[in-house]
Design a protein around this ligand. Structure first.
Ligand SMILES: Nc1ncnc2c1ncn2[C@@H]1O[C@@H]2COP(=O)(O)O[C@H]2[C@H]1O
Length: 305
């Protein structure tokens, strides 16, 4: 039998393709037409098969994208801590935070997701999730509803590990907290062994120093607050609160009034171990009226006489 050049080429190419895609047990094609036909079958099969595999890879990849992101973030952080020789104890706390945060909310930073959305959607989500909780908070009762919505949009979510100090007595208050889930304890005394109160989901703390002016150290934390178990908190920064209050003078008055009452009621246990010579903290959101200059007083007296 005489084998022509192009037939030999086709046969060799056929065997090469067949070996590559690993198909056996087929009747051997003999003519160029049969070889071409079989090869077309192979190629169509390979194309369909590979696109199926590709789609499966995409589906699996999409389903595990979150996990991959989480792993990459945590690995990056661990590598950073190792490079900087961070003590093992701290490293373990950081890893616990990563794992707990991921399990609790399925993401490390909610704001990454929300910031990408248009305002109207962020508002709808924030109102749906948190407005009802906020309306029940005593501190905000009597405040404008729209002010509460504005506040919801500025909240950041943060998780504290068991025993973490959220605020320390004497520090300057730059944010207040609302407990989303879990609990915190207001503690004091030697080794912070006295628990003044345990605050649970829906409670507010850190508001006293926030609602006061810096006059006479009024903006200092009145007590230590530490996480009792894992505590998932909303944080509202002082700057954000004040930016909002500018637009709601009535709510500003309500909060200032409540701030004054709270200081009297809550700061009491904190004062027990405070130094006696410390001045009482009484300056609030709006500074008290400055004293009348002496010269004016003299004029006033002259007028009366
Ligand atoms: N007796 C108390 N009951 C409830 N909360 C308190 C008490 N004492 C202090 N706090 C809270 O602990 C916080 C410590 O920081 P601030 O002073 O900013 O605000 C304080 C209050 O929110």
């Amino acid at each position: 039998m005489i084998i022509r050049g192009h037939e030999l080429g086709a046969a060799l190419y056929y065997f090469a393709v067949r070996s590559l895609i690993n198909i056996g047990g087929l009747p051997e094609p003999t003519t160029t037409f049969e070889i071409t036909f079989q090869m077309s079958n192979f190629f169509i099969g390979v194309f369909v098969f590979s696109s199926l595999i590709g789609q499966m890879r995409d589906v699996i990849g999409a389903a595990t994208a979150g996990q991959t992101y989480f792993r990459a973030s945590m690995d990056g952080c661990v590598a950073y801590m190792n490079t900087n020789r961070i003590p093992k104890m701290v490293q373990n706390r950081v890893k616990t935070w990563y794992n707990y945060t991921w399990t609790a909310q399925g993401m490390l930073d909610e704001s990454e997701l929300l910031d990408k959305m248009p305002l109207v959607m962020r508002t709808a989500i924030a109102v749906d999730i948190n407005l009802a909780t906020f309306q029940k908070i005593d501190l905000f009762k009597g405040c404008d509803q729209q002010m509460l919505v504005d506040m919801l949009l500025r909240l950041k979510s943060i998780i504290y590990l068991p025993g973490d100090f959220v605020v320390k007595k004497g520090d300057i208050g730059k944010e207040m907290y609302i407990i989303k889930s879990g609990a915190v304890q207001v503690v004091g005394g030697p080794d912070n062994s006295i628990v003044f109160v345990t605050l649970k989901a829906g409670c507010v703390f850190g508001e006293i120093s926030l609602l006061q002016s810096a006059k006479d150290g009024g903006n200092r934390r009145t007590a230590n607050v530490k996480a009792h178990g894992f505590a998932n908190l909303f944080v509202l920064e002082k700057k954000d609160l004040f930016d909002i209050l500018i637009h709601y003078p009535e709510s500003q008055k309500v909060l200032a009034r409540k701030g004054r009452k709270l200081t009297k009621a809550k700061a009491a246990p904190a004062k027990t171990d405070a130094k006696k010579e410390e001045k009482p903290k009484g300056a609030f959101l709006f500074d008290t009226k400055p004293p009348t200059p002496k010269l004016l007083k003299v004029f006033g007296r002259l007028k009366k006489n």
